[in-house]
Write a protein of this length. Structure first.
Length: 171
């Protein structure tokens, strides 16, 4: 009976330590996400195209007005007509990340990165690193931050800073 009690006490103690460790990691990752995340600006775009011009403009307008659910609807509709449009993918992924639809944002950012030769690759790499950070996947976040740090990117200094901080959190 004593042996069972000792085992139960050890189990509870180890569980508490493990819970504290995992919770600390999550809190640190979330606070780092909040520190480094900012919604990308849409800029001014003139969109040309018969079928989707209005839909993309409505999406960008909704995005600018912080109506992210509406922007998601418009961008999804536009993406149906033009699935290879990286601008639409980028702003849709940004809406998803902002609304905490992490899985969806990661899928779109991955697609942009995998295509390689487009205007949004480095920005997508920064935001996918943040998405993985928010998800608690520090290993994948670090992978993308290292690539940003090695590239000629607008996010190089932020990537280096965040990478340094993430190295202080055990994976």
């Amino acid at each position: 009976m004593k042996r069972v009690s000792v085992i139960i006490i050890l189990f509870i103690g180890l569980s508490a330590i493990l819970y504290t460790y995992l919770n600390k990691k999550s809190v640190n990752a979330n606070s780092l996400f909040e520190t480094y995340y900012s919604l990308p600006e849409s800029g001014m775009f003139i969109v040309r195209g018969e079928n989707q011009e209005g839909t993309i403009q409505k999406g960008l307008s909704s995005y600018e007005h912080k109506e992210y659910e509406q922007a998601i609807q418009h961008f999804n509709s536009a993406l149906e007509s033009d699935p290879e449009n990286y601008m639409i993918q980028y702003y849709l992924a940004s809406c998803y990340l902002h609304k905490s639809y992490i899985k969806e944002s990661i899928e779109l950012y991955k697609n942009i990165i995998l295509q390689g030769d487009n205007f949004y690759v480095q920005d997508a790499r920064w935001y996918i690193a943040l998405a993985y950070l928010k998800q608690g996947n520090l290993k994948e976040s670090k992978t993308h931050l290292i690539k940003l740090n090695e590239a000629d990117s607008n996010f190089k200094s932020e990537a280096e800073q965040l990478l340094t901080k993430l190295n202080g959190i055990n994976i």
